[in-house]
Ligand binder design. Structure first.
Ligand code: PLP
Length: 440
């Protein structure tokens, strides 16, 4: 064990079984392109491209250079009442690749902050228009919108909510999730069944009266609860119901934006334009923490009234629009364009899908699903020990196959690099197969 790994006691790790981890820590100390390295020099292939973050590969020289230059030139500048040139440029450039009508950008530092910002903007929007009664927020079961109180409340991950149940924000309801293994198992791409589940929103409008609902937030493809692509037609139906009742539609694109679905935004792929888009991760390729909330003209303009000298939205973060993060974001947008990263991602989809679905007849596998470069293989849980099979898989991949993978209980999730080498991708799945063959 390395010296670093011996001094782990102080470090309380997020979303990790700390005691189990610390018995045999998995510690990364370097990365280049598609591989991590440990202190003893072992190279591990990253099958999750960071945490859905690093689609362009690790330590991309263009991002590294941009960050190094920026930190030496302007390390920080407050973003209240003054701002920096890089934040202005990034807001302009991100909105230029956003869907038509989405022309405004509010910076945050993470996906969780983007979500809570978006919820606050939605509430403020209705109030600014004299509809302050619209306070209800609607999320979806099996949704993940980060860990702050707003996002946790509209989120639908039971373990994340359990301890905080009584303290979640009031006035939140959930529509049902769209995962239907009985009807849709082993679907390649969008499931055929389930568009009608969008009508849950209509039902909630009937219950509360639609005029009391501010916004509905969904991930176009749910990521953290095991990659749940939307049933064909589902998102369009959700949009129609929102339009009928004056409800804002928020797409949480923290995972799906910036190439994961083969284009700038999931909104493009599904041809559904929300009113607000939340982003983070691929905005800076994970290099510097940064998020952005992209907002339609209608929503933004509703705030721009009253005395001009007054703050329109009492919200913001010390690090909103951080110049070094913004420089990383600008370098990302450059390389996404210059290297054709989104197109490359799209060209890899079929190969990825074929590799995933080659596990369909494996003895432990009960479902395989995918959309863009998001994919999941779901294992049957062991009798009386849900999650054990997935946990064992993760460790064996790391220690025996030099693969960094991710599992949520018994769902194995995959987030390949947007610029993956097809052979490396294939070899990594061969390692996954060896591990699955070896576990009971
Ligand atoms: C859809 C979605 N929203 C929000 C978040 C939270 O982002 P962060 O961990 O940066 O706060 C995530 C993180 O994975 C996410 O997938």
């Amino acid at each position: 064990m390395s010296s670093v790994a011996e001094n782990l006691d102080a470090y309380w790790m997020p979303f990790t079984a700390n005691r189990d981890f610390k018995k045999k820590p998995r510690v990364i100390s370097g990365a280049q392109v598609h591989y991590y390295t440990t202190e003893d020099g072992t190279r591990l292939y990253d099958m999750f491209s960071g945490l859905w973050t690093s689609g362009a590969g690790h330590c991309h020289p263009k991002i590294v250079e941009a960050v190094q230059k920026q930190v030496a030139k302007l390390d920080y500048c407050m973003s209240f009442q003054v701002t920096n040139n890089k934040a202005i440029e990034l807001a302009d450039r991100v909105t230029h690749i956003a869907p038509a009508g989405i022309n405004h950008c509010f910076f945050t530092n993470s996906g969780s902050e983007s979500v809570d910002t978006a919820l606050k903007i939605a509430l403020g929007y209705h109030r600014a228009r004299g509809e302050g009664n619209r306070t209800r927020l609607i999320g979806r079961e099996r949704g993940y919108h980060g860990v702050n109180f707003g996002g946790m409340s509209v989120g639908g991950m039971v373990p994340n909510r359990k301890v905080f149940s009584a303290n979640l924000i009031p006035g939140v309801d959930h529509i049902r999730h769209t995962h239907d293994v009985e009807r849709n198992a082993f679907t390649r791409g969008l499931p055929e069944h389930g568009a009608e589940l969008a009508d849950d929103l209509e039902r909630l409008c009937g219950l509360h009266d639609g005029s009391n609902i501010a916004a509905v937030i969904v991930e176009p493809v749910a990521g953290s609860t095991g990659v749940l692509p939307p049933p064909a037609g589902y998102l369009k139906r959700l949009r129609e119901i929102c339009d009928r009742h004056g409800i804002l539609l928020i797409f949480d694109e923290v995972i799906t934006a910036f190439g994961r679905l083969g284009g700038p935004f999931a909104a493009d792929r599904f041809d559904v334009t929300p009113d607000i888009i939340t982003t983070a991760k691929g905005l800076t390729n994970g290099v510097i923490p940064m998020g952005a909330v992209l907002v339609s003209d209608a929503v933004h303009d509703a705030f721009m009234q009253g005395p001009e000298g007054m703050v329109e939205l009492f919200h913001g973060y010390t690090y909103s629009g951080h110049p070094v993060a913004a420089a990383a974001g600008l370098a990302c947008l450059d390389l996404y364009k210059d290297e054709g990263t989104f197109e490359q991602a799209a060209s890899l989809e079929q190969h990825f899908e074929d590799l995933l679905h080659s596990f369909a007849d494996h003895k432990h596998v009960i479902d395989v699903r995918n959309c863009g470069l998001m994919g999941a293989i779901e294992l049957a849980p062991r009798d009386g020990a849900p999650g054990a099979r997935g946990g064992e898989y993760h460790k064996k991949c790391f220690w025996e196959e030099n693969l960094v993978t991710r599992n949520g209980m018994d769902v194995l999730a995959f987030s390949p690099f947007l610029n993956s080498d097809p052979d490396e991708m294939q070899q990594s799945f061969e390692g996954v197969r060896r591990v699955l063959d070896s576990i009971e």
